[in-house]
Design a protein around this ligand. Structure first.
Ligand code: APR
Length: 236
């Protein structure tokens, strides 16, 4: 049974490009993280088993940078849409810039830098650490070594079914700052209703998903103008 589209629901699927102008690196373009670091060594369970200290140091550096970064005009414009729409952000990002810009419904598919967790399965305990580092020997209450609460390559994405439902019931879908190359997050665009208004904002895109209007440009230029149009359409 196909879930019903809610006329006032607006879903944003964001990637690292929305935080690029806040100074946080993306992954795959020229200066992307995975061009300087090996994701397999630093963002996988195998890397964690082999050299946990290197993994902790990699995320400590990213967590500190993310904690010092400020939300930009795109984060602010997305937050402003809550004045007229039921907004849900489904993000691949692990920074907290959407929340710090004022967005209240943020679903993190790939975890969050501001949290640490134990290494017991299936329900590890989570601890909010904001910008603090995690060091070897820092243990969860169950005695296991604390690790970043980040979904590594090969691990299950968080909240995916919830994300599917949000995209499928949205009358407006905005994809901003994602190359849509990492699955299953990238597959979410397929759940968008064919009658929904579907917009994609990026600097460049290999392939624009069917039914999406591609607005090429920087998030801080394009998203505020789009948000202003949507707010005026809603009579705000
Ligand atoms: N404004 C708008 N879009 C931008 C900007 C900007 N200032 N800068 C970069 N972009 C766009 C690029 O055009 C590209 O489409 O953001 C996208 C960045 O793509 P990726 O680097 O692949 O980042 P992302 O899609 O978020 O990666 C997804 O990969 O490694 C995993 O877990 C990691 O969540 C990440 C996932």
């Amino acid at each position: 049974m196909k879930p019903k589209v809610k006329p006032n629901k607006l879903v944003v699927l964001s990637g690292s490009g929305v935080s690029a102008e806040s100074g946080l690196p993306t992954f795959r373009d020229a200066k992307g993280l995975w061009n300087s670091y090996s994701w397999h060594e630093l963002a996988s369970p195998e890397g964690w088993q082999r050299h946990p200290e290197a993994v902790l140091a990699f995320y400590n550096e990213r967590r500190e940078k993310a904690w010092q970064a400020q939300p930009n005009a795109a984060h602010a414009a997305i937050a402003s849409l809550e004045a007229a729409y039921e907004v849900v952000i489904v993000t691949q990002n692990v920074d907290a810039l959407h929340e710090r810009a004022g967005s209240r419904n943020v679903v993190h598919l790939h975890g969050q830098l501001a949290y640490a967790r134990g290494t017991s399965e299936p329900e590890p305990k989570r601890y909010r650490i904001d910008g603090s580092p995690i060091v070897m020997g820092q243990l969860c209450e169950d005695g296991t070594q604390l690790r970043p609460d980040i979904v590594w390559f090969g691990e299950a994405v968080q909240h995916f079914e919830e994300a599917e439902e949000h995209v499928a019931t949205a009358a407006r879908v905005l994809v901003v700052g994602s190359s849509l190359t990492v699955y299953p997050a990238a597959s979410l665009v397929r759940y968008a209703d064919r009658n929904a208004e579907k917009v994609l904002v990026a600097l460049d895109m290999e392939e624009v998903p069917r039914g999406f209007t591609f607005l090429q440009g920087r998030a801080t230029d394009v998203v505020p103008a789009l948000a202003a149009r949507w707010l005026s359409e809603a009579g705000s």
